[in-house]
Design a protein around this ligand. Structure first.
Ligand code: AMP
Ligand code: MG
Length: 496
């Protein structure tokens, strides 16, 4: 054999140390399997910022071997790929066993803020694929990639996205599309549904092992908190309830609709997870349903907070065998009902530039939301213009958004009286609270259309802007404008 010819690369060493604590839970929790390669993968987007945070060499990832590795077409040294099993309630109905039907966990690596797991989404069939093909299409992968980073840029807890790669391999949905893989990153991908899975089967031993694993790694304080007489599982449920409450307050304040809040799409860490038919509100419509497949409007924007509680209740039922009694379980869930309204009011006060809490604030918040709804005012633009006004700009651009100017003026009178004397400081704080840039449906759609023609410039441009959504980006003013008329006709469904 000619020694001068380099051997083909069989695996890529990313130069990081991999650990496999989730795999260590044992075979009841997962199936080990290799991702299925896609032909001739190409890079659609690489998140340099996240690569840096993870200590990964972005230039190496951009190379042919890196792109193949990010697509699951070239093994990554040190990884131990697996698909995990979970169950869940979908649209309010027990769906039985689900699981990672198109996701594969690679393991975890150390990052500045602690260990981070890396996971492929769209890397081929697994034992949990059921009728699915294990793939994800380019359009939904771009949406997940951009929205993960948009949420992170907004300071909202979320899974993150390192990359999206594509292949011309056909994927059949309503039409024939092409395949893509997102590399997702999170401290843990454990969902409420992981717990429901073992509880529904009456398998208390793995249920306890999973709860202990989550507590030890992510909620160590539950062991020593003394809450609920030292019942660590009740303390866990309370902590998850609080994080979920805080998350929902952030969603509602920014105008984010998740679209598929099934219990298998609820993170045990209170992260936004599973970006499907999500939408940021354009015009403010409290009953807005972003998921075209959601015929009853179960996951409408204004129902999200109650649905989150419903889902937590499901988690509580799953943890009941560990907690021991119903009363303690219900008590642990109670925190949601206090934390959510408190967090929401605090977020809304911040949007209005009001630091401390005063009597009458709730009326002020409800008053403006009523005006926004009545006149179907664009939600992000209203808040940004109001911020600019408080920071010193004229009121006209704000007032012009309303049909009923007299009603708006009446609200404005109360608001002006309540604003702190130091308006400039309040205005600056509002500009750091009310984003200029959100991932509106039509923006994602335009970037997707270009990407489908192999022009990935729109994806990179949006990523850069959305990673710092509170800053002015003068070259990208158009991305902060009103949605075009056609945006209201975009139909996003569960098909992805
Ligand atoms: P979702 O509604 O996207 O959260 O998915 C619900 C369940 O269906 C999860 O178990 C997914 O892994 C699975 N699933 C969704 N799409 C596919 C697909 N194309 N192939 C295999 N499994 C899928
Ligand atoms: Mg899901």
């Amino acid at each position: 054999m000619n020694q001068d010819v380099a051997a083909p690369v069989r695996e890529l060493d990313l130069g990081v140390r991999w650990r496999h604590t989730f795999a260590g839970l044992g075979p009841a929790f997962h199936t080990e399997l290799a991702p299925l390669p896609l032909p001739e993968p190409y890079l659609v987007g690489l998140n340099r910022r996240l690569a840096d945070e993870l200590g990964l060499d972005a230039d190496r990832l951009r190379g042919d071997a890196g792109v193949a590795a990010l697509t699951g077409s070239l093994p990554i040294a040190g990884t131990r790929p697996l698909a995990s099993v979970y169950s869940g309630h979908q649209f309010g109905v027990w769906a039985g066993q689900l699981g990672d039907g198109r996701a594969v966990l690679l393991g975890e690596i150390d990052a500045a803020g602690g260990p981070q797991e890396l996971q492929f989404k769209g890397s081929g069939r697994t034992p949990y694929s059921r009728m699915g093909d294990g793939r994800a299409v380019l359009r939904s992968s771009i949406r997940e990639y951009l929205c993960s980073e948009a949420m992170h840029g907004l300071g909202i807890p979320t899974t993150r996205a390192l990359s999206v790669t594509g292949s011309d391999a056909p994927v059949r949905r309503e039409t024939v599309e092409t395949a893509a893989v997102v590399v997702r990153v999170a401290p843990s991908f454990v969902r409420f549904g992981h717990f429901e899975h073992f509880a529904a089967r009456g398998q208390e031993e793995p249920l306890r092992r999973l709860a202990d694993y989550v507590i030890d790694r992510h909620y160590p304080g539950c062991r020593s908190s003394g809450r609920f007489g030292g019942n660590a599982y009740a303390a866990l449920l309370e902590q998850v309830s609080e994080r979920t409450a805080a998350l929902l307050a952030q969603w509602q304040a920014v105008g984010f609709c998740h679209g598929v809040m099934n219990t298998d799409n609820m993170s045990i860490l209170g992260l936004t997870i599973d970006y499907g038919p999500f939408q940021f509100l354009d015009a403010f419509d409290p009953g807005h349903v972003c998921n075209h497949s959601d015929e009853t409007g179960r996951y409408a924007y204004n129902r999200q907070p109650n649905i989150a509680y419903w889902n937590l209740f499901g988690l509580g039922q799953a943890l009941l065998p560990l907690i021991g009694d119903e009363a303690t379980t219900l008590a642990a869930l109670e925190s949601y009902k206090t934390v959510f309204p408190r967090e929401l009011e605090s977020r809304m006060r911040a949007k209005l530039g009001l630091g401390d809490s005063r009597e009458g604030d709730r009326a002020l918040i409800e008053g403006i939301l009523q005006r926004l709804a009545a006149d179907k005012v664009d939600y992000p633009i209203f808040w940004r213009r109001l911020s600019q006004h408080v920071a010193g700009a004229a009121i006209e651009p704000v007032r012009d958004l309303f049909l009923d100017r007299a009603a708006f003026d009446a609200w404005l009178l109360d608001y002006a009286a309540r604003l702190p004397a130091d308006r400039a400081t309040a205005g600056l704080a509002m500009l750091r609270t009310n984003p200029k840039y959100v991932l509106r449906n039509h923006l994602a759609e335009l970037a997707i259309r270009r990407a489908q023609q192999k022009d990935f410039g729109g994806v990179a441009e949006l990523l850069a802007v959305l990673q710092s959504p509170f800053d002015e980006h003068p070259a990208h003013e158009a991305l902060a404008g009103f949605p075009p008329e056609w945006a209201s006709h975009i139909e996003i469904s569960c098909s992805s």
